[in-house]
Design a protein around this ligand. Structure first.
Ligand SMILES: [Zn+2]
Length: 305
């Protein structure tokens, strides 16, 4: 051990990419790296790959590692440090003891969070809603995720599912990936934008390609992004009415097309203000691809200091 200031690390294990960041105690990102997630090869290989990435960062930055936070896609048990439920694209991930494996490999404490919770921690720590005390975070990616920050702390509820705004009904009648109907996700996820666009045009494009078409004035592309923006706004209004939360940060790949979501989103917010009369503040993610890893590092720092 030296007297050098310590570092904290954050790892984002996503379905396609694993990202690692090394941060100062103030959460400045000192170094970062990423690699494809070996999602088909099982939890042990996935965590080993993430540890390999982190070791490369540690080799380049001579400072004492204090702890590691990990943000992982899927349902996780943050207390046990295990993944509970993972999507089909992962093999051997559900049940894998993530924090135990990382702690044994590195000899420092490790902390596991769901990736949407980590995204929100990152944006509150150093992003679009830095310093806010009450926030709903939403990620519009392949699916729609949500997380709540209440009274200056993450609120995950008695079953770890608080803030899951993507899977509440009241957003039409379309079938959702979860088996339900009319969920926000049926309008506002990348997969849904593609499906809604295909229904209108017969074309199978990605959400990113549809965003490009919208930028060129394609009316069907504009319409599906408009529907997504309006649906997101209704989710924010529900949250504001229920919890008096008026600050929102929206990320994920679809959230990156903020200029396409924004007009319908703000129009809907203006049309149906909450009874509190308080204005709602909806902001795009500022940290982008760093948010989950940085938020995971923020979790580790908060637990260690
Ligand atoms: Zn659903």
């Amino acid at each position: 051990m030296t007297g050098a200031p310590g570092t904290v690390a954050g790892i984002d294990i996503g379905g396609t990419t694993t990202q690692a960041v090394l941060c100062s105690p103030d959460l400045d990102v000192l170094d970062r790296t990423e690699l494809p997630t070996p999602a088909a090869e099982g939890g042990r290989v996935m965590v080993a790959a993430a540890l390999g990435a982190l070791r490369r960062l540690l080799d380049r930055t001579p400072a004492r590692l204090l702890g590691v936070g990990i943000g992982a896609a899927g349902v996780v048990d943050p207390r046990a440090g295990r993944v509970l439920v993972a999507s089909d694209s992962f093999h051997g991930w559900a049940g894998f003891p993530v924090t135990e494996t990382v702690e044994q490999a590195l000899g420092v404490p490790a902390f596991l969070d769901n990736d949407v919770n980590a995204f929100l921690r990152g944006e509150v720590a150093r992003g679009a809603v830095a310093g806010a005390t009450h926030v709903l975070g939403m990620t519009l990616g392949t699916g729609v995720g949500g997380a709540l920050w209440l009274d200056g702390a993450l609120y995950d509820g008695p079953h770890g599912a608080a803030g899951e705004i993507g899977h509440v009904p009241g957003f039409g009648d379309l079938p959702c990936t979860c088996g339900g109907r009319g969920h926000l996700e049926t309008l506002a996820s990348g997969r849904s934008l593609a499906a809604r666009y295909a229904e209108r045009t017969g074309r199978l494009d990605t959400a990113r390609e549809i965003a490009g078409a919208a930028g060129r004035g394609d009316p069907d592309a504009l319409a599906v992004y408009e529907a997504a923006g309006a649906a997101v706004a209704r989710a924010l209004l529900l949250t504001a009415g229920l919890l008096d939360v008026t600050t929102f940060v929206i990320g994920g790949g679809v959230g990156g097309s903020w200029s396409l979501l924004e007009p319908a989103l703000f129009k809907t917010l203006a049309a149906e203000p909450p009874v509190s009369g308080r204005p709602l503040h909806a902001l795009p993610s500022r940290l982008g691809g760093d948010a989950v890893a940085l938020g995971a590092a923020a979790r580790a720092r908060a637990a260690l200091t």
